[in-house]
Write a protein of this length. Structure first.
Lengths: 365, 534
């Protein structure tokens, strides 16, 4: 009896599995209609999408789906291009593209920070972007060799706990954070990509010796290590730490969810200080891509007015093109910040910056 | 037992199948050796430097401590819930496997948010004037979180075994005046020894492969060094990965050398498992189970549920809309469910031939295949994903057939998690009494018929537990899913990751809660219903 019963159950299970397998295989093309946040971008009042134009673009995106998918949906809807995406961490996707080489599915790689772009450039995997696309942004926000173009910016700021500090007690420069009054107060995201990018520029602007000395002094002064920006912003909101160097936009998202329970705000250093650097997110086209036209179209689309407006209003980033002004909620951006940095130098300096950060001992603090 | 070796010759087809599987499972290892070669890395030179020795020592001490702790906790919980009259046993049995489903990167973050200074617990206790001062970080934090999320690797297989052990020996012991504790130590422990060792080994290997928890707890292990160096210093990262795999191989081999694997093929299956009355131990027993559940499910769920509730209330009172819509959540839930269930069952089928070879035929081929499958568990998911892409892209027919398909994804999951099924399936196979096969043969039943009518029914609880382990682990898997899945395929874990990366904590919370509910439904269906019927 028992054996028969089990055989029957096994058969049911098997049939269920087959059904699942069949049901699970379904594809996705370009959208028919547009709704949700994508409708903010394209085009106001029109609900029907363009018919397929027969082209496809495959994107490996280090920018997260929550932020950028509406933009890609709007692009697909407006142009009729079939858009396929692999989401992931920029670093891992760069490693994957390197592993895939010529056979990669990717046409376009979107990186949340310059480091992974520098890596792919050093492996000769990036193709040249047309000057028509490159010229949409200021010369400091694109590669001199035409390998990448910036499409939004994130500012380095200091997040602080509002119970412990008010802005008037905070210093104008990161160099002041090595003072005694900030002993055991500051958190640094030592292994985080944008922190390493930032430190690379720091070394470039002030010289390697000054930058290394600053970091060593921070460690001596009891700076704490956290693995990423988000965990610092959360810890500052709880009061676990007093302040930390992070990208500006995390605080907006967490405040939106937690409201008053999150007791942290952004503090903007002096506009001339390295601590208020703007770090860009970059778009690239792969050398091996066979869909150059669709890829160029996508890159240009990222730099159109509605998309740049979306970046600053919805994802609280700094627009880089089309004369769009940053959202009023963001810390002010001055001309000095943009234009002070040659991002092409990041590729080579990235490795050295990581070595210096590791040698400082911050990772074990 | 030596009779088995003499009487049975290994079927050739079985051996060939096992060769093929062992080869497939060795892809990540071969990849690491090859890449170290092409990148001209220097693992030997690296090993003596302080840069490696210190993280290596931290890795080993953490893994050892976590596996010892989970061995004790897992066994205690398994015994309490499957062999005693503990209050609420059915519920505990559904809840106890669930911690396995938390991806460590968000599970540990949620745990920190609940437990650390200024966290949810702190705020609640602060209201009544109590200050918590313990901060979760470093060795202590990593140990606690990994123990709480990994004990099911021990609990599930041990519980499956305990529910199956014949009662006769234990009854005899009790009749002869042994106390419950003595009976456990002298009778039960030797019978669950091999599965307990296998489970603890998995915990050890998982701990050395984990990145999420050690990263958030800021404990500098070898895997963290691999992740830190992966882009900026690839040859170092590859050399460290190879060292990690060597460490795993050493551990797996020494475990096999030291543990006297006692196969109980001759045991007489008489009597139902003995149930013990807890008596005065009822309260401490219940307290243990509750404490583990509160810490391992309660603490992270408090934070995740809070985020989810914030998100839902935010939309209902007209705040900024969520960035994930219902259709996407349903699609990801369905993808998570289907791909993990398929992977769970295929993984069991994949390791079954190896288990047969090892347990029935004592074959050396089987032992090697077994060691390869188990040691691969120490390889971080990112490297499994890269190695799969590497081999598929370099083999034309595989590229045509597998590139950008779910088949490759399932295959990668199985390479990653096959080890979880291996130990449990092995014990399940070994526990089928040889006598029954002899009887079957005498009555004229052919091999396939005996397989379906003797082996499968007797092994069913073990196989279900094995599939369950793989399913729960696959549901939370992240690096492989991100890099190997067909374009446009998302799971709950990938959406949690996407949301969490840019601090969309409300969305991450909602999907983590769905993930936990899904695993709750699955453990109820798989572990409980099946086990109760058998």
């Amino acid at each position: 009896m028992r054996v028969q019963f089990n055989a029957m159950r096994l058969r049911i299970l098997f049939l269920t599995l087959i059904t699942i397998l069949i049901l699970a295989s379904c594809g996705n093309g370009n959208p028919q209609t547009i709704d949700g946040r994508a409708a903010e971008i394209y085009p106001p009042g029109i609900e029907k999408c363009a018919g397929s134009n027969g082209s496809t673009v495959t994107i490996y995106s280090g920018r997260t789906e929550n932020l950028i998918n509406p933009v890609l949906e709007a692009f697909a809807c407006e142009t009729g291009t079939n858009v396929q995406v692999r989401w992931g961490a920029s670093t891992d996707l760069a490693l994957l593209i390197n592993e895939e080489g010529e056979k990669t599915l990717a046409d376009v790689f979107l990186s949340r920070s310059p480091g992974p772009v520098g890596y792919l450039e050093s492996k000769d995997l990036l193709g040249e972007i047309s000057s028509e696309t490159l010229d949409l942004v200021e010369s400091q926000n694109r590669s001199a060799a035409g390998r990448w173009v910036g499409f939004s910016g994130r500012k380095r700021v200091m997040v602080y706990n509002t119970d412990e500090y008010s802005p008037k007690d905070l210093p104008e420069s990161v160099f002041d954070l090595t003072a005694e009054e900030f002993r055991n107060k500051v958190a640094l995201p030592g292994t985080n990509g944008s922190f390493i990018d930032w430190f690379t520029v720091f070394m470039d602007v002030h010289g390697k010796d000054v930058a290394t000395q600053w970091l060593d002094d921070m460690v001596t002064n009891g700076a704490t290590y956290y693995p990423n920006n988000r965990s610092i912003v959360e810890a500052a909101g709880r009061g676990e730490i007093s302040m930390g160097l992070v990208n500006h936009y995390y605080n907006y998202q967490i405040k939106a969810s937690e409201g008053n329970a999150h007791k942290a705000e952004n503090y903007d250093f002096d506009n001339k200080d390295i601590g208020s650097l703007l770090v860009i997110t970059a778009a690239t086209i792969l050398q091996s891509s066979e869909n150059i036209e669709a890829s160029e179209n996508l890159l240009q689309y990222l730099l159109t007015g509605p998309v740049q407006q979306y970046f600053t209003d919805r994802t609280f980033e700094y627009p880089l093109a089309a004369g769009i002004q940053p959202n009023a909620a963001l810390p002010e951006l001055t001309a000095l910040e943009i234009g002070s940095v040659d991002f092409d130098k990041l590729g080579g300096g990235f490795e050295e910056a990581s070595r210096i950060i590791e040698a400082s001992g911050i990772l074990n603090k | 037992m030596s009779q088995i070796e003499i009487k049975r010759s290994t079927p050739v087809t079985l051996r060939l199948i096992v060769y093929a599987f062992a080869f497939l499972f060795s892809f990540p290892g071969l990849y690491l050796v090859w890449r170290n070669f092409t990148e001209e890395s220097d693992p030997i030179g690296l090993i003596s430097t302080q840069r490696v020795l210190a993280p290596l020592w931290r890795t080993v001490s953490l893994a050892f401590t976590v596996s010892m702790t989970t061995a004790v906790i897992g066994t205690a919980l398994a015994w309490l819930t499957s062999r005693t009259d503990l209050f609420g046993n059915r519920l505990w049995r559904i809840l106890l496997p669930i911690p396995l489903v938390f991806p460590t990167f968000i599970g540990a973050a949620a745990f920190i948010r609940t437990m650390n200074p200024g966290g949810l617990i702190n705020r609640m206790l602060g209201g009544i004037g109590i200050d918590t001062i313990v901060e979760m970080r470093g060795f202590f934090g990593a140990w606690l979180v990994l123990t709480l999320f990994c004990y099911p690797y021990v609990y599930l297989p041990v519980a499956a075994r305990l529910r199956q052990l014949p009662g006769s020996l234990e009854e005899n012991a009790r009749v002869l005046g042994q106390s419950s504790f003595q009976t456990f130590r002298r009778i039960v422990l030797p019978q669950i020894g091999s599965i307990l060792a296998a489970g603890s080994l998995l915990v050890f290997l998982y701990t050395i492969s984990d990145f999420g928890a050690v990263q958030l707890m800021r404990y500098d292990t070898l895997t963290r060094s691999i992740y830190t160096n992966r882009l900026i210093n690839q040859s170092t990262a590859l050399a460290l990965s190879l060292l990690l795999l060597l460490l795993a191989a050493v551990i797996v081999l020494s475990e096999r050398f030291f543990s006297k694997v006692t196969f109980t093929s001759e045991e007489t299956l008489t009597g139902k498992p003995v149930r013990y009355t807890l008596g005065k131990w009822r309260i401490p027993g219940l307290a243990t189970v509750l404490l583990v559940l509160l810490l391992s499910i309660g603490a992270p769920m408090l934070a995740l549920g809070d985020w989810a509730a914030d998100g839902i209330s935010r939309t209902t009172r007209g705040g900024s809309p969520l960035t994930v819509d219902r259709g996407q959540v349903i699609e990801s839930t369905w993808n998570t469910l289907s791909i993990s269930v398929i992977s769970g069952f295929v993984a069991v089928l994949a390791v079954l031939p190896i288990a047969f070879l090892v347990a029935r035929y004592r074959s050396r081929t089987g032992s090697i295949a077994h060691a390869v499958v188990i040691a691969t568990f120490a390889v971080p998911g990112l490297l499994i994903a890269l190695s799969m892409r590497f081999w598929v892209l370099r083999t034309d027919w595989a590229f045509e057939l597998l590139d950008n398909t779910k088949t490759l994804l399932v295959f990668s999951y199985i390479v990653r998690f096959g080890s979880l099924a291996m130990g449990v399936v092995l014990v399940a196979v070994a526990a089928v009494p040889k006598r029954l096969h002899d009887v079957g043969q005498t009555l004229g039943a052919k091999r396939p018929s005996r397989f379906f009518r003797i082996d499968i029914p007797l092994m069913a609880p073990g196989l279900a537990a094995a599939a369950g382990l793989v399913i729960l682990s696959t549901m939370k898997e992240l690096p492989i899913t991100l890099l190997i899945s067909p374009l446009g395929f998302s799971t709950l874990a990938t959406r949690i990751f996407s949301s969490f990366e840019d601090a969309f904590v409300a969305e991450a919370g909602i999907m983590a809660v769905i993930l936990v509910l899904l695993s709750f439904a699955l453990t109820w269906f798989l572990v409980i219903r099946r086990a109760d019927h058998l």
